[in-house]
Design a protein around this ligand. Structure first.
Ligand code: ATP
Ligand code: MG
Length: 452
């Protein structure tokens, strides 16, 4: 036994309760059921579009994000949780987004050897931001990525996929903003013109803009500073620097969206936070979540794979913020109600437990959800008993169950149980032979709550 494991006889003083890290939230029932509902919708939709699930580690080498996202992005400059592995000194980072990790995995496993891949992921991301509504330090993204496909049809497929998801979730008041960032040489020409323009208005630029003037002038267009709006408004537009091929790609995406009835607004100032985008970029935004109004963003990233060390291949994708999507659904009152189990098993006496288990296991095997009453509090049913009928019925009611199945001593002696409706107002009930319970419960559930 090591010294650390030695038990002490002294009574420990009451420890101070620990709380979660700021900006990182526990997800409790019944809210967690809404998350599961959303995730199920996404899985179904992804399957119907032939996107397959990819799961990458939450921790990646810091260099992946520095190289992939760009050194002068908000994320890399100030939002990453980075640390040194104490054991081997490696520089590691909790993933702030998942595209870089997806690309790393695709390259590492040579997944593009036989053509393009359509992938999706779900999971937590970490950014050191000021926590507020719709902005957390641990938040969750669902993302879709199509790698190895150069054509506008896949950009359109991904945008339609997201638009269909909003439809299937019943999400309203979301609009699509679309832009093209062109190719690197087109951006370079625009960038030079932009710097020249901004340099002519140095007096109105704020400190951040001045700092970014030569490192990331495109980001200045994203400013929320009202004093700079006029200068930003008058700045040269990237769209005017796009060549024929870039314009053709943009128009091809638009043509499919138009034909599919997806409405959008072209926003020439839409630039996105990461450096890796080219050609198509887009965001789905709402006015109903204050300044955290972007629920989903994405675009094409044809150069990222090469930048992360793979053989050059085109790619496009998006990521949505789960918290923001759910917040918007909640705001609209369109989140599904929490549902209780089908059946709550009332167990007046622990002696009935063998029969109870036999019966409820059979019910569960045929797909009925059953919550079994169990002794409450400390001490075990041997000591505290199963609780009064009254308290058990209270629990049954609180569970939201459709029916109570009562395993009373007298009924059991006759080879029966009582099935009682908890939802029909009248509390109608019927004696059911034990051997018929499965068939009877299935029939009642099919016909609705009433036993009348
Ligand atoms: P924002 O401009 O709101 O900071 P972003 O451009 O940094 O967003 P992306 O990196 O594009 O966001 O991530 C895609 C989506 O993930 C966002 O549209 C948003 O819904 C969600 N998201 C991003 N950061 C957070 C966060 N800190 N908390 C909650 N959701 C977030
Ligand atoms: Mg951000």
């Amino acid at each position: 036994m090591t010294t650390e494991n030695k038990t002490t006889t002294a009574k420990p003083s009451k420890a101070q309760a620990l709380v979660a890290v700021k900006g990182m939230n526990d997800l409790l029932p019944p809210t967690s059921a809404q998350w599961e509902w959303l995730e199920e919708k996404v899985r179904g939709l992804m399957a119907r579009h032939a996107y397959r699930n990819l799961r990458t580690p939450i921790v990646e080498p810091t260099a992946l994000f520095v190289r992939g996202l760009g050194e002068v992005t908000d994320i890399v400059e100030k939002e990453m949780y980075s640390f040194e592995d104490r054991l081997n000194g490696e520089q590691l980072t909790l993933r702030p987004e998942a595209t870089a990790g997806v690309v790393r995995a695709v390259v590492e496993h040579n997944m593009l050897y036989d053509g393009g891949k359509r992938l999706y992921y779900m999971g937590p991301m970490f950014r050191h931001e000021r926590p507020q509504r719709g902005r957390y330090r641990q938040f969750h993204q669902i993302g879709a990525e199509a790698l190895g496909f150069p054509g506008a049809e896949v950009d359109a497929e991904l945008i339609l996929l997201a638009a269909t998801l909003w439809q299937e979730l019943g999400l309203q008041d979301v609009r699509l903003e679309l832009n093209s960032l062109g190719q690197p040489h087109e951006r370079a020409a625009h960038r030079a013109a932009l710097i020249t323009h901004l340099e002519q208005h140095l007096d109105v630029l704020d400190e951040e803009a001045k700092r970014r003037l030569h490192s990331n002038p495109l980001r200045i267009l994203d400013t929320k500073n009202p004093a700079m709006q006029a200068v930003v408004e008058a700045a040269p537009k990237l769209m005017d620097f796009l060549g024929e091929a870039s314009l053709a790609h943009f128009n091809a995406v638009r043509a499919i969206l138009d034909a599919s009835g997806v409405t959008y607004r072209i926003n020439p100032r839409l630039v996105r936070g990461m450096d890796y985008y080219n050609l198509t970029v887009f965001e789905f935004v709402t006015d109903r979540l204050g300044s955290q109004g972007t629920i989903c963003g994405g675009g094409r990233y044809d150069y990222l794979i090469e930048q992360v060390g793979g053989k050059a291949a085109p790619a496009v994708g998006w990521a949505l913020g789960v918290e923001r999507v759910l917040e918007l659904l909640k705001e609209q009152g369109s989140l599904p109600e929490a549902v209780g189990p089908d059946v709550y098993a009332i167990v007046p006496d622990a002696a009935a437990l063998p029969v109870v288990f036999q019966t409820i296991q059979a019910l569960r095997a045929q797909g009925v959800s059953v919550q079994m009453h169990a002794a409450q509090g400390a001490g075990g049913s041997e000591n505290v008993g199963m609780g009064s009928m009254k308290s058990q019925f209270k629990k049954a009611d609180h569970s939201g169950a459709e029916f109570a199945l009562i395993f009373g001593e007298d009924e059991l002696a006759r080879g029966e149980v009582t099935l009682k409706s908890l939802r029909d107002g009248a509390g109608s009930q019927a004696a059911v032979p034990l051997i018929d319970v499965c068939a009877c419960v299935a029939a009642k559930l099919a016909q609705g709550a009433s036993l009348a």
